[in-house]
Write a protein that binds this ligand. Structure first.
Ligand SMILES: Nc1ncnc2c1ncn2[C@@H]1O[C@H](COP(=O)(O)OP(=O)(O)OP(=O)(O)O)[C@@H](O)[C@H]1O
Ligand SMILES: [Mg+2]
Length: 203
């Protein structure tokens, strides 16, 4: 099976890497794909949620030697990991607060120099704060996707599930938040047309 590889990368902690990894994988299951999450950190969030046993896909903590039985592989990188991932497609989550944003700018510059394809996802923007709202707006104008600030993520986290779990069906604006992930998945799959599909983890 060939698979699509997406590295979820931003060396800054707490930007939404793990949140996106598991929810994007859950969105992929909804669409009939076979996702696999590789969590770089065995103590990391996606590994821990997986251990609770309620995810409809696997999370493993090392890159497998053999070709995985999956058609979408999401690598959930850990904080402070400045090593540029090998695959061509990077998904970079970023919270637009001033203290968080600089790391994204620096990391993205490194990635661009190496010719990476980057999908930026603005997460948790506090739109009542002028600066965050303006930063988010600018990023979206330049093609970033956005997952607005929402309580559904902490609610799902508390139950060790994703927002696609049926437990979340009645949560506030759940359809909108699920659609955010389907849209990101769409952007990733469209990129497949440009030849980012392969059977190895390298570029
Ligand atoms: N759009 C959003 N709305 C509300 N909360 C969010 C949103 N995006 C992310 N969060 C929250 O931000 C926190 C950090 O997210 P997460 O753990 O996924 O970040 P991370 O980049 O994986 O961090 P680390 O680098 O430490 O692994 C989590 O509590 C997550 O639920
Ligand atoms: Mg994480």
């Amino acid at each position: 099976m060939t698979f699509k590889l997406v590295n979820i990368w931003n060396p800054k902690g707490g930007q939404g890497k793990s949140m996106i990894a598991i929810n994007l994988a859950a969105a992929a299951v909804e669409m009939g794909l076979r996702p696999l999450v590789i969590c770089q950190d065995p103590q990391g969030t996606s590994s821990m949620i997986y251990k609770a046993g309620r995810l409809p896909f696997e999370v493993i903590s090392a890159i497998p030697k053999d070709k995985p039985d999956a058609n979408l592989v999401l690598i959930d990188h850990q904080a402070s990991d400045w090593e540029l991932p090998q695959g061509r497609l990077l998904l970079m989550p970023v919270k637009p607060a001033r203290t968080q944003y600089k790391t994204y700018v620096d990391a993205k510059a490194i990635a661009e120099k190496s010719g990476k394809e980057i999908i930026t996802v603005v997460t948790d923007a506090q739109h009542h704060r002028t600066e965050e709202r303006e930063t988010a707006k600018r990023l979206v104008e330049k093609g970033a996707l956005e997952i607005p600030a929402s309580g559904v993520f902490s609610r799902a986290d508390a139950q060790l599930i994703t927002i696609f779990d049926k437990e979340m069906n009645k949560a506030y604006k759940i359809k909108d938040r699920r659609n955010d992930f389907l849209k990101i998945l769409g952007a990733i799959l469209t990129d497949a047309l440009e030849g980012n599909e392969g059977d190895k983890y390298g570029a």
